[in-house]
Design a protein around this ligand. Sequence first.
Ligand SMILES: NC(=O)c1ccc[n+]([C@@H]2O[C@H](COP(=O)([O-])OP(=O)(O)OC[C@H]3O[C@@H](n4cnc5c(N)ncnc54)[C@H](O)[C@@H]3O)[C@@H](O)[C@H]2O)c1
Length: 386
Amino acid sequence: MAKPVSIEVWNPNGKYRVVSTKPMPGTRWINLLVEQDCRVEICTQKKTILSVEDIIALIGDKCDGVIGQLTEDWGETLFSALSKAGGKAFSNMAVGYNNVDVNAANKYGVAVGNTPGVLTETTAELAASLSLAAARRIVEADEFMRAGLYDGWLPNLYVGNLLKGQTVGVIGAGRIGSAYARMMVEGFKMNLIYFDLYQSTRLEKFVTAYGEFLKANGEQPVTWKRASSMDEVLQQADVISLHPILDKTTYHLVNKERLALMKKEAILINCSRGPVIDEVALVEHLKHNPMFRVGLDVFEDEPYMKPGLGDMKNAIVVPHIASASKWTREGMATLAALNVLGKIKGYPVWSDPNRVEPFLNENARPPAAAPSIVNAKALGLPVSKL
Ligand SMILES: NC(=O)c1ccc[n+]([C@@H]2O[C@H](COP(=O)([O-])OP(=O)(O)OC[C@H]3O[C@@H](n4cnc5c(N)ncnc54)[C@H](O)[C@@H]3O)[C@@H](O)[C@H]2O)c1
C-alpha cells in the first residue's frame, strides 16, 4: 500500500473533486476550476515521477477528474480506479498521449484530454535552437571557453555548418514539424524535404510563396519536396528533425540501418519522443562519426540516457524542455483543466483542437466546451457548434 501523498487544497467545499498530480504553472487553471464549483487538490509530494500506487492514493474514494503528466502510466489500473471513484475525465498536460491506454479509458467511459496547439511554436523553437546549437557547436565552444582554453582566434576553431542553402528534413510534418520547417526555411533560407503520411499543403504553399518572394528580390529561391519515403529524407537532408507521434509504427523509426543512410556530417534533432530513435544504435553511430551531431530533448529510457551518450561531444542533450516557455506551460495547464471541467459539466467537445486560442485569452471567459478530447468519437461525445 502506498503512503498517503501530500496535497494542497483549493476551495475545500467545492462540489466536484479534481486532482492534479503535479503543481502546474500559473493560477488561471485553478481559478477556472474553482469558479465552476470544483475542489482542486494538487499533489505537492517531492517525487518527480509518481507511481501508479501514489496516483491511486490521490484518486481515493471520490474523484470527478484528474489532470496528469506524461511521466505517468495511465492504463487499466488507473482508469479502473478513477471510474470506481466516480471519475469520468482525465487530461494529460501534453499533446502526446503515448503514456495513456486510450482503449482502457474507453472501456471505463473516461474522456482523455490533451493540449494541442499551445505548445506548437515553443516546441518548434527548441528544435530550431538545438539545430543551430549543433550546427555551430555552441555547447562545445561554451565548455572550451569556460575551461579557460581560449588563447586567441584561430581559423579552425569550432568550425561548424552553414545552414543557408542546405536542406532541412522533417519527419512528421504535423503542427510542430510544419512550424519548425517554416522557421528553418524562412529564418535560414534552407530548402525543405519532408516525409509524412499526409500531404502538408499549407507548408508547401508557404515555401513556394517564400521562394517566389526571394526570387523577386534577386535571391536564390528556397524549394520544397514531399519525399515518397523516410529514407529519401535521411539520404538528402543536412539537418533532420523528428516530429511524429510515438506509436507502434514510429518506435525505433531511426535505427542503425537508417542512421547509416544519413550524410556523415548530418545533424539529427529529436523533440518528439525518445523511443522514436534506437538510442543504443545512435551512441554507436556518434562514436564512429565524429562530424555527425545530434540535439536531443527526449530519451528512450527517460529520465536516463543510454550508456555513453553523456560522454559524446557531438551530442547536445537537454531535459525534455521543448514546451517549457511560461506562456505555453500556463496554457497547457489551462487546456488540461478545461478538458476535465468540460467533461464534468457535460459541455460538448470543441470542434477543432488546432484552434484553441479562444481558451487561452486571459481577458475573456473560455468557451463552454472541452478543448481537446482524443476519444470523443469513441465515447460518442457531442461536438460544439461554435
Ligand atoms: N519534447 C516535447 O516536449 C514535446 C512537446 C510537444 C510535442 N511533443 C511530441 O511531438 C509530437 C507531435 O506533436 P504535434 O502537435 O505536431 O502532432 P501532430 O499530430 O500535429 O503531428 C504528428 C505528425 O506525425 C505524422 N506521422 C505519424 N506517423 C508517422 C510516420 N510513421 N512517419 C511520418 N510521419 C508520421 C502525422 O501524420 C502527423 O502529421 C507529439 O505527439 C509529442 O509526442 C514533444
